[in-house]
Design a protein around this ligand. Structure first.
Ligand code: HEC
Length: 382
């Protein structure tokens, strides 16, 4: 058991704050010094986690719609509520291999669901993830181990996460940080690779509210598989991330599904996004392109090299390259929470402390947003 827990340490650590609420006999163990229960019964722990953290939230926030209406009835006991949730849609709500990707947490944190129901707060979604991690342990499922950097306290402006602590000596993740009223805005997220280069799969930002880990509820970099050659720098995905409803003064760490040297693999293009590409190119051309023409013309099509490096709109004007033009912007979009897309937030005149170079004039912003959302919602449609 101890061995299993040690191998699952990142997850164990993630749920440690939660473990403190379990009525478990807690003991310090040798593998990292974290406090876990070396002999505890994972099934018992999973049941307790569900009953004390997941179920109460569901009963207050979700039961009105998910017990007996025509909406998905995943809260119907089978025979217990926990088993009902676990078995609903043949297990479709939980992902034991990748607990953070569990549909229960992710979908109920999305804008699509917010339009019809009540969403989890990030902390509540994190409780669901922590519970599913325990279910995975109890079921003997062995998810890929997760690699986690040390925590940093972000400062306004340039920040650096040293990857030496996860074995990639000298390599760094860098980003710029701006606090928002109730969140964080990260931009220019890049990897500077040192000797040996790096290959990073599925970076996940975790914000810490004291001891509570709040993983990015929409897991926006889940499709990143990025290889950076030694002594070079590459952007991570779209290079920006907006986290809302989290303490702007919290600490940050980054988890990776895997983090290794590049081993001679060719560097990735476009921030390492895999399986990307637009499905709503005509919508992009008809609704989004006209909104972005000014941005392209002023800076992003090439007149300003730094602006083009940050968000490349060089294909925007070319009628024959709309698929590529759309893909260039798609990485600045959140399909789960369209109006948190950085392509919208960065130029919102009400968000004054990011992207100071340009704001859409206040009188035009509502129209800009509506037109951009028409395209983004088309990309986000199932
Ligand atoms: C006001 C009604 C309402 C409330 C409250 C509500 N939901 Fe929903 N939910 C819906 C509707 C309607 C759907 C189906 C339509 C859709 O998928 O967008 C849905 C779909 C879902 C789905 C997708 C199910 C599937 O298998 O496709 C999940 C997961 C979900 N809700 C979770 C939650 C959680 C968790 C809560 C509480 C934090 C919650 N919902 C509260 C109305 C609601």
């Amino acid at each position: 058991m101890l061995d299993v827990l040690c191998r699952h340490l990142p997850m164990v650590r993630l749920r440690i704050s939660l473990a403190a609420t379990f009525a478990l006999a807690l003991a310090a163990v040798g593998c990292t010094g974290d406090i876990i229960d070396p002999e505890g019964d994972p099934l018992e722990a999973a049941m307790q986690a569900f009953d004390t953290t997941v179920a109460p939230t569901m009963q207050t926030k979700c039961a009105s719609c998910h017990v007996s209406t025509e909406n998905p009835q995943f809260m119907r006991p089978n025979p217990t509520l926990r088993e009902g949730v676990l078995t609903f849609n043949t297990g479709g709500l939980v992902n034991m291999m990748d607990p953070i990707a569990s549909r229960l947490a992710v979908y109920a944190s999305s804008q699509a669901h917010a339009t019809v129901g009540v969403n989890y707060t990030p902390a509540e979604a994190a409780q669901v993830t922590a519970w599913v991690e325990l279910e995975a342990l109890a079921a003997g499922v062995e998810p890929e181990p997760v690699v986690e950097t040390a925590k940093i306290t972000p400062v306004v402006g340039a920040n650096e996460v040293d990857l030496t602590s996860i074995g990639l000596t000298g390599s760094k993740m860098t980003f710029d940080y701006q606090p928002l009223a109730t969140g964080m805005y990260l931009s220019r997220i890049q990897i500077n690779a040192s000797t040996g280069g790096v290959r990073l799969v599925h970076p996940l930002f975790v914000v810490w509210d004291q001891a509570t880990a709040i993983p990015d509820p929409i897991d926006r970099f889940s499709d990143i598989d990025l290889t950076v050659a030694e002594m070079t720098t590459s952007q991570v995905g779209g290079g920006t991330a907006v986290f809302v409803d989290i303490p702007p003064q919290g600490q940050l760490s980054v988890h990776f599904k895997t983090a290794t040297f590049a081993n001679g693999m060719p560097p990735s293009d476009g921030g390492g996004i895999t399986g990307g590409g637009c499905k709503a190119v005509p919508q992009f051309t008809s609704t989004a392109r006209p909104q972005l023409t000014a941005c392209a013309g002023m800076c992003h099509a090439g007149t300003n090299a730094a602006a083009r490096g940050a968000t490349d709109m060089s294909k925007l004007a070319d009628d024959l390259m709309q698929t590529e033009a759309c893909a260039q912007i798609l990485s600045r979009v959140s399909k789960l929470n369209p109006d948190q897309s950085s392509i919208i937030v960065s130029v919102d005149p009400a968000v004054t402390n990011v992207h100071p170079y340009y704001k859409v004039p206040a009188a035009n912003f509502a129209a800009f947003r509506t037109q951009m959302l028409m395209w983004i919602n088309a990309e986000a449609a199932p």
